[in-house]
Ligand binder design. Structure first.
Ligand code: AHR
Length: 515
């Protein structure tokens, strides 16, 4: 297929209001997700015997990359997996842990890695927060309570003392809990209608709060904006659970449908509409219940995922339940990374209400980090927008900005802006601008207008751009560094530091830092 030809340079303008703060950037926005799926855990983060593994079997090459990625909270252990998971299988002496069928991914779960190993991995990583999901598919309130007792009660009860005997003297103190996973999806073990799920979620939430009032609970929203039950599901579930929960979840995965690259590059438009719709339902529920409570969004699964492609077909056959098979090992292109960067921009733009998010997933499974068993680990194209955004935006405030540029027509979303951006200010006054050029044909010269206070302009600008003339270029085992961001030499300050400009090639993601 011939690539669209590039047009002459277009002009765009971004007006920034650095002193008009919209929301703080929550650390939890940079969460990720580790599911017992394919090789995310086994030969991903955990591979005893690997040359880089420590005494616990944690791959240090992977841990270094996870640190560089800059993730915060980790959601665990699923995903679809959690809806058939018995958490007790994954604790206690390893040689007594049972091997089980994982019905969600048609695999064998060895249970050599469980809650203690996950908590230990997070501690070694740097004390990152664990966000635990309970099984409301094949289990219910009592099992959730047992897991909470095991995790958070210091001592003196059957399950807290069992945890201590299993090697964890101190409680895990898990604050965030997901009340099941994607319970609106017919593919989910224990899938229910909205009313059925709302009842069990409300009962479980109330019981968990009775044991530990400090927990923060995430009730299942919709598995995608396209679900036939979307909207009505949120309304029904929130009506019953509103005063017991802190977050409602959103999940969204994007890929080009029928080769429609224009719509795919505009996936952020759908995520934006999804978030706005969910906020409307939350706030309408709050009004009708006359509640003072503010429920927010946990966007706890988001990514590009080629869901219908070969790597996502689970094994089949009554005698075929492989252990840690290669599943969902999508290889991401430059175009995928630009969409991914735009999804992060969209999450940041809604940081006032999206107070938590989890990139699905972390290693090997639709992941920014890939590994070979016994071999190296490397960065996918999507690694870079995540790492830069996390590094530059964490701890900051999203500030007001307005973009003026051209737009293009898409089959899926109608007319969409070529450029999308968000601006984050740090306490030292520095600004980071994240911007994507979604257009396949139009390069841009973007002018940033930065009103100054008492004549003090910006004195330094640095920018990185992720772009490749081949939008399908990717990083692989053989060419792990084929695609990575480069310093953008066109970024410069103008008008005594009250203005900056930069050239943005078609299909590109950039981070501009002004100090
Ligand atoms: O992240 C892969 C899968 O996507 C998860 O297990 C499930 O929750 C979602 O459908």
């Amino acid at each position: 297929m011939a690539s669209p030809s590039v047009s002459s340079i277009h002009q765009a303008q971004l007006d920034v209001e650095p002193h008009f703060r919209l929301a703080s950037v929550p650390d939890r926005l940079f969460g990720s997700f580790v599911e017992h799926l394919g090789r995310c855990v086994y030969t991903g983060i955990y591979e005893p015997g690997h040359p880089s593994a420590d005494a616990n079997g944690y791959r240090q090459d992977v841990m270094d990359l996870v640190r560089e990625l800059g993730v915060s909270t980790i959601r665990y252990p699923g995903g679809n997996f959690v809806s058939g998971y018995r958490w007790r299988d994954g604790v206690g002496p390893r040689d007594r842990r049972p091997r089980r069928l994982d019905l969600a991914w048609h695999s064998t779960e060895s249970n050599q890695f469980g809650l203690h190993e996950m908590a230990g991995w997070l501690k070694a990583l740097g004390g990152n927060e664990l966000m635990e999901a309970v099984n409301l598919g094949t289990q219910g309130t009592q099992e959730a309570l047992d897991l909470l007792e095991y995790s958070n009660i210091p001592s003196g009860t059957a399950l807290s003392d069992l945890r201590r005997r299993n090697g964890a003297e101190d409680p895990f103190n898990i604050r965030m809990w997901c009340l099941g996973n994607e319970m609106d999806g017919p593919w989910q073990l224990g899938h229910r209608d909205a009313d059925g799920y709302a009842r069990v979620a409300a009962m479980t939430a109330a019981a968990m709060r009775q044991m530990d009032p400090s927990v923060e609970l995430v009730v299942c929203g919709s598995s995608s904006h396209d679900m036939p039950t979307f909207g009505e599901w949120e309304r029904t579930v929130l009506e019953r659970t509103y005063d017991q929960v802190d977050f409602v979840s959103c999940h969204a995965y994007y890929h080009p449908v029928g080769g429609d690259m224009g719509s795919f590059l505009a996936s952020g438009v759908d995520m934006d509409a999804f978030i706005r719709d969910v906020i409307s339902v939350i706030d309408a529920t709050r009004a009708s219940l006359k509640s003072d409570r503010q429920v927010n969004i946990s966007f706890d699964e988001w990514n590009v995922w080629y869901q219908d492609a070969e790597p996502s077909r689970p094994p089949m056959g009554i005698g075929n339940w492989p252990q840690a098979p290669r599943l969902l090992e999508d290889v991401y292109s430059l175009a995928d990374a630009v969409v991914f960067g735009d999804l992060l921009i969209t999450l940041l733009k809604h940081a006032d209400r999206v107070r938590s998010a989890s990139l699905a997933q972390l290693v090997n499974v639709i992941a920014p980090i890939m590994t070979e068993p016994g071999g190296p680990a490397w960065r996918q194209t999507t690694f870079y927008p995540f790492a830069s955004t996390a590094r530059l935006a964490r701890g900051g405030q999203v500030v007001e900005s307005r973009m003026r540029g051209d737009s293009y027509d898409t089959a899926r979303y109608g007319d969409v802006p070529d450029l999308d951006s968000v601006v984050v200010r740090q306490d030292d006054g520095s600004l980071s601008v994240f911007v994507v050029n979604r257009s396949q044909t139009r390069p841009y010269d973007l002018t940033l207008r930065l009103p100054m206070k008492s004549g003090a302009g910006y004195s330094r600008v640095e920018a990185q751009t992720l772009h490749d003339d081949d939008i399908q270029a990717s990083n692989t085992l053989d060419q792990p560094d084929r695609v990575k961001p480069s310093p953008n030499p066109t970024a410069r300050l103008e008008a005594a530091g009250s203005q900056a400009s930069i050239h943005l090639p078609p299909v590109s993601w950039s981070a501009i830092h002004l100090s």
